[in-house]
Design a protein around this ligand. Structure first.
Ligand SMILES: [Zn+2]
Length: 190
């Protein structure tokens, strides 16, 4: 499976394939031991570095900074970061606030000894496309873990069609037009 550095992940669907707007990068933090709502953090960017405060306590700061060029990580408290990563999973999310296109990565793996974040694969892609004539919508949900995609085809004034198809990745298509052509063919044979 193709793996991405944090920088490559940000660039993967940016600007958005569907609507051409710039995406928002979020870092999703999930507690490992208990079932709880994940926390979506919005990092800040400066000098090719991404920075977030991971601390769950309002009076504390636990910074994680990732250098987008070298993938090196820096923290104001490396021991606390180690504890935090022991108890939490982090993954990257690319969210288009304009059309809702969503891509998430697998959990990030950190090499704390050498101070860097490893490349990561895509876990989920979800986006909705509209045919050029506006007659039909395609809602595509791809699970890279299950190695398959689901398409919900929503033609105007007709019943929706749901199809399971082989894994479908944005990276296989040069542009939106090529992707829409593919869906026309899928519709013909469904
Ligand atoms: Zn979009």
């Amino acid at each position: 499976m193709k793996e991405f550095t944090v920088k490559d992940f940000i660039l993967y669907n940016n600007p958005c394939f569907v609507c051409n707007e710039f995406i928002q990068l979020q870092i999703r933090v999930t507690k490992k031991s208990i079932v709880s709502f994940p926390n979506n953090l919005k990092p800040s960017f400066s000098n090719n570095k991404l920075e977030i405060n991971l601390s769950t306590k309002y009076y504390n700061i636990l910074n994680l900074s990732i250098d987008l060029m070298s993938n090196k990580i820096i923290s104001n408290n490396i021991n606390e970061l180690q504890d935090f990563l022991f108890n939490h999973e982090l993954n990257l999310q690319s969210v288009c606030l304009s059309c809702g296109a969503y891509i998430s990565s697998h959990f990030l793996q950190f090499d704390l000894k050498n101070g860097f974040v490893k490349p990561v694969g895509i876990a989920i892609e979800n986006f909705v496309l509209e045919s050029n004539d506006g007659y039909c919508q395609y809602d595509i949900y791809s699970s890279f873990l299950e190695n398959k995609s689901k398409v919900q085809i929503r033609p105007m004034h007709q019943k929706n069609i749901e199809l399971d198809i082989p894994l479908f990745s944005l990276s296989k298509f040069k542009n939106k037009e090529k992707l829409l052509e593919k869906f026309k063919i899928i519709m013909l044979f469904s």
